[in-house]
Design a protein around this ligand. Structure first.
Ligand code: M7G
Length: 324
């Protein structure tokens, strides 16, 4: 590969799309510019999902013989870009009728950027995660968690290498908004990779706990209250300071089930319907704190509801156990 990189040399610079990929542990988990991961080489296998309304498309394909998922998403307009957009664009008339007219606007190149996310190599679980599927609500008791969910997720979870890379400053270090380095109550706050940071309307950050022994909401007990309160308070303060958004305009929550089993908290702007913020998956951190204050074992013992998608292996396990 090193030879290929050298041989590509200067031409590689002018290739249309280059993406940064955080490598795995074998490579020291470091970020590297990878000319081998060039979307001009991407071969589409099939479209997993697309939405004309959300203006995005999720594609399963191959990148240099590896399975990959590519997500393309048109980004929102921002007010401060309007003067350049109006002055630098060419309008082509489509139709005119009385006071009504429609055009195709050809904007300067800068405005034609498409937010692109690449998962490579992607596992079958990644492909399923992004595929459009029916969802079914599951009610999981504390016993179900121990006998069905925990054994399943110990075998079939997504790698959290990307999380460790962030905590160890091997990836995204320059994107960190705030860090409390304390090993017990500390966390790293940074933009979620779903947010392009160009506008505040869809603000989305995640706080990742430094401690590595809490998989999800289910593991939380009252001993974790100092950690949770710290994330809630300092996370909000850091966002207010950096983005001038007051704490009471933030939706701060955990997912159950999460995709990645290392404790992390989502911070999104109130009013933005972030993916996964619906009642069947999001648990407000302030509620979680109060529930643990009333009962240390609340999340260990309570039945919790969550949606599972048709092809999720965990759904099958619930069916096999006669719980659905
Ligand atoms: P989750 O509830 O475990 O999974 O949240 P979800 O993706 O089903 O919501 C994990 C969060 O981390 C999501 O909001 C992801 O968009 C975000 N995320 C995932 N990865 C792999 C990365 C990453 O590499 N960098 C950053 N900054 N965010 C990520």
């Amino acid at each position: 590969m090193a030879d290929k990189r050298e041989a590509d040399g200067a031409e590689a610079e002018s290739l249309p799309v280059r993406v940064k990929i955080a490598k795995t542990e074998e490579d020291g988990g470091r970020e590297e510019d990878g000319p081998e991961h060039i979307l001009s080489e991407f071969q589409t296998v099939r479209v997993l999902r697309d939405s004309a309304r959300e203006k995005n498309i999720f594609i399963h394909g191959k990148l240099a013989d590896e399975e990959a998922v590519v997500i393309l998403e048109k980004t929102p307009f921002t007010e401060d870009s309007l003067p350049d957009l109006f002055s630098g664009s060419v309008l082509r008339l489509e139709m005119k009728n009385d006071i009504y007219s429609t055009y195709r606007l050809q904007a300067p190149l800068l405005f034609n950027e498409i937010k692109t996310t690449v998962v490579c190599p992607a596992t079958e679980k990644h492909v399923k995660k992004y595929q459009r599927q029916e969802s079914y609500l599951v009610e999981e008791t504390g016993e179900d968690y121990q006998s069905i969910t925990l054994p399943y997720l110990q075998q079939h979870n997504f790698s959290v290498q990307w999380v460790h890379n962030i905590l160890e400053k091997k990836a995204e270090a320059e994107r960190i908004v705030y860090e409390d380095p304390d090993p017990k109550v500390g966390f790293v706050l940074l933009p979620d990779f779903k947010w392009d940071q160009k506008q505040l309307d869809d603000l989305y950050l995640i706080a990742i706990a430094h401690c590595r022994d809490i998989k999800s909401l289910r593991d939380l007990e009252s001993e974790h209250l100092p950690l949770l309160k710290n994330i809630l308070q300092k996370g909000k303060e850091a966002i207010t300071e950096r983005y001038c958004i007051p704490g009471n305009q933030l939706r701060v929550y955990l997912h159950y089930q999460p995709s990645y089993y290392h404790l992390h908290v989502h911070f999104t702007k109130l009013g933005y319907e972030a993916p996964g913020c619906s009642v069947e998956r999001a648990h407000l951190l302030s509620d979680v704190i109060q529930n643990l204050q009333s009962d240390s074992q609340y999340y260990r013992t309570r039945a919790l509801c969550f949606p599972l998608r048709a092809e999720d292996g965990l759904l099958q396990r619930f069916k096999d156990s006669g719980r659905l």
